[in-house]
Ligand binder design. Structure first.
Ligand SMILES: [Zn+2]
Length: 409
């Protein structure tokens, strides 16, 4: 089992520094590496030779065409050590195969309706098997699984997510490690998305930021000094269970008045349903009576078309989410906040109100709110990126056993 902070045990920090330079900046000459990493020429030459020998790096395959002889650039070897990143969502399963730089070599998306707790492990197993069979090059040296809900990443599972029902087994990572024979890392979904935005999206220029996922549930990934902050038990960032009103509705976590009871997609849709039955949403009622579905999109359409009660449900949800985000900013003092999840796409009836509320409740007046830039692959790619430091450490120590497509039956 891989522990989330296993990279701290890295044998040679300078080797990692060179690797991270190329991971962040792309192909570089040794001279550029020397300048960016602040290492001596002799050190860069020796460690690059070691990284080439281990096939972690390779010489750039398609160098820029320039006149005359130019020094070769080194890049991360995308045909050798690969990672499976898996996003096991409430209604979908997305798996990617990436190289150590995070480039997606393969992607598979599956819609998984009506998921029950007992079906999660077979679903995860099936999609991993599927991408392993398709991965024709290199060898898989690790698997990272991104999961929603509350989890214990340090002990390898104990996942609890009320929308999953009774999720068994509790020791998911150990079961997958035994089955596939490579290290497995479990990641909290908002942490995965925060990492993806840090390496490939809206937060590339900042090392201290919050990623807020506004979706079926509400979660937060905390990036501190370029590392995910997980807390003592790996459960930091449960913004959705910040108490907004101790006399409020009972939350599925057992407490009362949590943010999720005000602002999650689930709570918005529940309030919309109640409004329809109470006769307060005629346009939405007409849509449902004609065979339409109640979704966030159809509720938003009714709100925009004149169902003022439905519009107020969205605005009230945005107001409480804004207060919670402002509280998080006051507490953490981040460089930026990246807003993601499906609710963040509703600028007119949700995001605008959230933004105004944040600005009026942050005491310092400093708010750098950004839209997430990555799409549906973000959690899977981000999970894979969180596994890279541990995999790199293993490769530097002794090489790592992997699996190739021919090993998969
Ligand atoms: Zn709660």
């Amino acid at each position: 089992m891989i522990k989330p902070d296993g990279h701290d045990e890295l044998r040679n920090p300078n080797m990692r520094r060179i690797f991270e330079c190329i991971r962040l900046n792309g192909p570089m000459t040794k001279k550029q590496i020397q300048s960016a990493a602040g290492l001596s020429w002799g050190c860069v030459s020796m460690l690059c030779a070691d990284l080439l020998k281990r096939e972690i790096l390779c010489e750039e395959k398609t160098p820029q065409a320039t006149a005359g002889r130019t020094p070769a650039c080194l890049e991360i070897n995308s045909s050798k050590h690969l990672i499976v990143g898996l996003d096991a969502g409430f209604d979908h399963m997305t798996a990617v195969v990436t190289d150590l730089a995070g480039h997606i070599l393969l992607c598979e998306n599956r819609f998984v309706p009506d998921r029950s707790g007992k079906q999660i492990l077979p679903d995860i197993r099936a999609v991993i098997q599927s991408v392993l069979k398709q991965a024709l090059q290199g060898s898989i040296v690790g698997i990272a699984v991104s999961l929603p809900g509350h989890m214990d990443a340090f002990r390898g599972g104990s996942v609890w997510a009320h929308l999953f029902g009774n999720f068994e087994p509790e020791r998911l990572s150990l079961i997958l490690e035994e089955e596939f024979g490579v290290p497995v890392l479990l990641c909290h979904a908002p942490d995965s998305m925060a990492s993806a935005e840090h390496f490939f999206g809206a937060a590339r220029d900042v090392n201290n930021f919050l990623f807020i996922q506004l979706s079926l549930g509400i979660g937060m990934g905390i990036m501190a000094d370029g590392q995910i902050y997980r807390g003592k038990n790996g459960s930091a960032g449960e913004l959705g269970h910040m108490t907004m009103n101790p006399r409020g509705e009972r939350c599925h976590c057992g407490n009362y008045g949590c943010l999720e009871t005000f602002s999650s997609v689930e709570s918005i849709l529940r309030r919309c349903t109640e409004a329809v039955y109470a006769g307060k949403a005629p346009l939405l009622r007409r849509h449902l009576d004609s065979g339409g579905q109640l979704t966030l999109a159809t509720a938003a359409e009714a709100a925009r078309s004149g169902d003022s009660y439905i519009k107020n449900i969205f605005l009230k949800a945005a107001h409480y989410a804004g207060i919670a985000v402002a509280n998080a900013i006051n507490l953490i003092d981040p460089d930026a906040v990246v807003l993601g999840g499906e609710l963040s796409g509703y600028r007119d009836i949700f995001l605008g109100r959230l933004t105004d509320t944040v600005k009026s409740h942050v005491w310092s007046g400093k708010t750098d709110l950004r839209a997430a830039q990555l799409g549906s692959n973000a959690a899977a790619v981000g999970a894979a990126s969180l596994l890279v430091p541990s995999v790199f450490s293993k490769l530097c120590e002794s090489g790592a056993a992997g699996i190739s497509s021919k090993d998969v039956t």
